[in-house]
Design a binder for this molecule. Sequence first.
Ligand SMILES: NC(=O)c1ccc[n+]([C@@H]2O[C@H](COP(=O)([O-])OP(=O)(O)OC[C@H]3O[C@@H](n4cnc5c(N)ncnc54)[C@H](O)[C@@H]3O)[C@@H](O)[C@H]2O)c1
Length: 360
Amino acid sequence: MPRFKTVLVTGGAGYIGSHCVVDLLQVGLEVVAIDNFANAVGDEEGSPALRRVEEITGKCVTFYKADLLNKPQIAQIFTKHKIDCVIHFAALKAVGESMQQPLLYYQNNLLGMLNLLEVMRANNCYQMVFSSSCTVYGEPEYLPITENHPTGKITNVYGRTKYFIEEMLKDLCAADMKWNIISLRYFNPVGAHPSGLIGEDPTKEFTNLMPFMAQVALGKKPVLTVFGSDYNTPDGTGVRDYIHVMDLASGHVAALNLLNTNHVKLKTYNLGTGKGVTVKQLVDVFEKVTKTKIPLKYVERRLGDITAMWADPSLAKRELNWSTRYTVEQMCTDFWRWQTMNPDGYPKKNKTNGVLNGNS
Ligand SMILES: NC(=O)c1ccc[n+]([C@@H]2O[C@H](COP(=O)([O-])OP(=O)(O)OC[C@H]3O[C@@H](n4cnc5c(N)ncnc54)[C@H](O)[C@@H]3O)[C@@H](O)[C@H]2O)c1
């Protein structure tokens, strides 16, 4: 790689951010990561996820505990480093919580992005990769979904924050030609780094299918609740496009390569495998590769849940020269390795005496 030397990764201690930092370091980039630990383990002394990233890569990550809502703090980081490009992962992402606390989501996700863009512009940094989501499509009008499928008919606040940001980026890039931005619409990220050293360890209550399923397999939760068994799909359960988190990470390196060599102004790409998998099929594969049994409890559909959604990833293949490499079996195997090597997630400080517990 590249003309770009230093990349700022917001939300770098989080699930996708930490996996992406592995790939960025491995292609020779310098990484400055920030996180406020709203949904990641860590403290003033740093992020255990990023320490593991250093262990995997043998390279250093510069980390700051910082909040995007604190604009002077972000501006200060730009005075310490010459940032060539930003990958903006930091956001709150829990759909249920977003419906209960819309202002929290609008403030964090929209204001966080506004602060970041203003600080970038003040420092002559106009290159960004933004974490968007397939949620912006709402209930699909056709499948597989291409990037020009209509957006905006969204059923939850979290998804609307992504949609509003995409609209804001359109206005910004139309008004000022200096911006060079790629918005990546992720489908359903799962799995973990094959080393088992890093994975998904949210600090907020989570409902994501794979971490929940793994907790059931470990006996930490009694049953996996499946919402809806009467959808018009092969086995009645919802269909999603699960993508291995390391495939997602390589999609970011591909996006940086394009920004490095081209002035795209604003481009949007789907990152998915192009294959739909039902919840039941995913559970079956997980049980097979982990040799465990997942008790299921079928309940009513959840309001706003979508029947089936999978990507047409051909634009990313053509223009980013990117495609996925990992199978559903590998997604399950890698997640299970992470979960069994770290049943309690990352090592956490014992709040009372400051001694590390868990396995480091
Ligand atoms: N995981 C998914 O299923 C999925 C799907 C589509 C899109 N996305 C998007 O990808 C991005 C990364 O998702 P993830 O799964 O890694 O989530 P994550 O919660 O693990 O990571 C996001 C990180 O951002 C941090 N953060 C949040 N608000 C912040 C703020 N104001 N200042 C500094 N740090 C802040 C959190 O502490 C967290 O570590 C998010 O923007 C998310 O919306 C995720």
